[in-house]
Design a protein around this ligand. Structure first.
Ligand code: GDD
Ligand code: MN
Length: 367
C-alpha cells in the first residue's frame, strides 16, 4: 500500500506529462515517500496516453486511468479518488503550474492531523506569475464567492491540494467544471484545514481549457453547495450558517438590551438623547460579549488576539453597519418612495450582512 497518491488530471498534455511525472517521482525518492502517481486522462487525442504507458514500463508506481465518458477536470479528479490505492490524495496540474517540491510538506501536514491541505496563491508568501489581467479578475471573483462559504480559506478554488481519503469517501460529490476543491470542501467531511503558500506559474506549453461555460458552472456549484448544506448538517458550509444564525440571535438580544437600558435610564431621569446613546453603546457591548464567547468561540489562530482590539473593531464595524442601515433606508424612501418601515427593514438586513461578513473576516478572522 502506498503512503500517498498524486493524482494528475490530464487532457492533451503530451508536452508536459513526462516532465511532471519525472519531477513528482524524484520528489518521492528524495523524501523517501512511498508514493503512487495516478494519471487520469480524458482520452486525449494526442500522445499523452502513449507517453504515460511508456513511463509505466520503468516506473511501477505509475498508473493510468483513461476515461471515455463524462469529460471534465473535476469529474476526472473525483474518478481518481475512487481509483487511488492509498489513504492520502494530492491533486496537481500536469502543466507544471504547481511546484511538486511542496508535496512532502502537504503530506506532512496531513500526517500531523490536517484533513485538507491547500496550496494557496492568495496568502502571504503565495502568488501568481504571468497571468493576464482577465484571468486574475476571474480568479479573484471566483475566490470571493468561494470565501463566502469558507471565510477562513484564502484560496478555496486552488487546483493544488491534499486530502484524506476519508474526507471524500462518503461525500456525495457532484463534480463539474474546474473547482473540485470547492466541491470537496463543501461536501466532504472535515474538521482541520491548513494552507501553505505557493507561487502559481502559468503553463509554458499548451493552452488553458478555461471557458465561459466554466464560470457559469462555478456559480451553479456555489448555489448547489449552499443548498446541500441546508440538509447536510455535518458539512463545513453548515458550520458557517450556524455562525450566521447565532450572530442573528445575538443581534436580537441586543435589541432587547437596548430597549431595556433605554427604559431604565429614562426612568432614572436621564434625558432622552443621552439615554438613547448609552442604550446603543451597552447593546453593542452585549452583542460583542455573546459573539466573542459564543458565536466565534472556536475561532482558531485568531488574527486579532487582543480582546480589546476585537471590541474596538466590533464597535467600528457596527457603526459602519448603522450608517449603512440609515443610508439605505433613506435612499429607498427618497428615490423609490418606499414606506419607511420597509426601507428600514431592508437597511437592517444589508447592515446585518455587512456586520457579519466584516466581523467574521476581521474581528474574528483567522490569521
Ligand atoms: N482529465 C481532464 N479532463 N483533465 C483536464 C481537463 C479535462 O477535461 N481539462 C483540463 N485538464 C487538466 C489539464 O491537463 C491540467 O493538468 C489541469 O487539468 C489544469 O488545466 P488547465 O487548462 O491548465 O487549467 P488552468 O491553468 O486554466 O486552471 C488552473 O487554475 C485553476 C485556478 O485558477 C488549474 O490549476 C485549476 O485546477 C485551478 O482550479
Ligand atoms: Mn494551467
Amino acid at each position: 500500500m502506498y503512503d500517498l497518491t498524486v493524482i494528475i488530471p490530464t487532457f492533451k498534455e503530451e508536452a508536459n506529462i513526462r516532465k511532471i511525472i519525472t519531477e513528482v517521482d524524484a520528489v518521492f525518492l528524495k523524501n523517501a515517500l512511498n508514493g503512487e502517481i495516478l494519471v487520469v486522462d480524458d482520452n486525449s487525442p494526442d500522445n499523452t496516453i502513449a507517453i504515460v504507458n511508456e513511463l509505466k514500463k520503468t516506473k511501477t508506481n505509475v498508473s493510468l486511468l483513461v476515461r471515455k465518458s463524462d469529460h471534465g477536470l473535476s469529474q476526472s479528479v473525483a474518478d481518481g479518488f475512487l481509483h487511488a490505492s492509498s489513504d492520502v490524495f494530492v491533486v496537481i496540474d500536469a502543466d507544471l503550474s504547481h511546484p511538486p517540491v511542496l508535496i512532502p510538506k502537504m503530506y506532512g501536514e496531513i500526517r500531523a492531523g490536517s484533513d485538507v491541505v491547500i496550496g494557496s496563491r492568495y496568502m502571504e508568501g503565495g502568488g501568481i506569475k504571468k497571468w493576464p489581467l482577465k484571468r486574475r479578475v476571474i480568479s479573484l471573483g471566483a475566490t470571493f464567492l468561494g470565501r463566502l462559504l469558507f471565510p477562513d480559506i484564502t484560496d478555496p478554488v486552488s487546483g493544488f491540494f491534499a486530502v484524506r481519503k476519508r474526507v471524500v469517501a462518503q461525500a456525495q460529490l457532484k463534480p463539474r467544471g474546474y473547482k473540485i476543491l470547492l466541491e470537496v470542501l463543501g461536501k466532504g467531511i472535515w474538521e482541520n484545514d491548513k494552507e501553505i503558500p505557493f507561487e502559481f506559474s502559468d503553463r509554458e506549453i499548451g493552452a488553458s481549457k478555461l471557458k465561459i461555460k466554466t464560470i457559469i458552472e462555478y456559480a451553479q456549484q456555489v448555489m448547489d453547495i449552499t443548498l446541500y448544506s441546508f440538509s447536510h448538517h455535518e458539512s463545513a458550509a453548515w458550520r458557517e450558517w450556524k455562525k450566521v444564525f447565532k450572530f442573528g440571535l445575538v443581534g436580537l438580544t441586543g435589541v432587547i438590551v437596548n430597549l431595556a437600558v433605554l427604559k431604565l435610564l429614562l426612568m432614572a431621569g436621564i434625558s432622552g438623547y443621552a439615554a438613547l446613546f448609552f442604550a446603543i453603546v451597552v447593546a453593542i457591548l452585549n452583542n460583542f460579549l455573546w459573539n466573542d464567547l459564543w458565536t466565534f468561540k472556536d475561532s482558531a489562530q485568531r488574527l486579532v488576539t487582543s480582546v480589546w482590539q476585537r471590541l474596538w473593531l466590533f464597535y467600528t464595524v457596527s457603526a459602519g453597519g448603522a450608517v449603512i442601515n440609515y443610508g439605505i433606508a433613506i435612499a429607498l424612501t427618497q428615490f423609490i418612495g418606499m414606506k419607511i418601515e420597509l426601507a428600514d427593514l431592508i437597511g437592517i438586513l444589508i447592515g446585518f450582512v455587512w456586520n457579519f461578513v466584516i466581523n467574521r473576516r476581521l474581528t474574528w478572522g483567522r490569521k
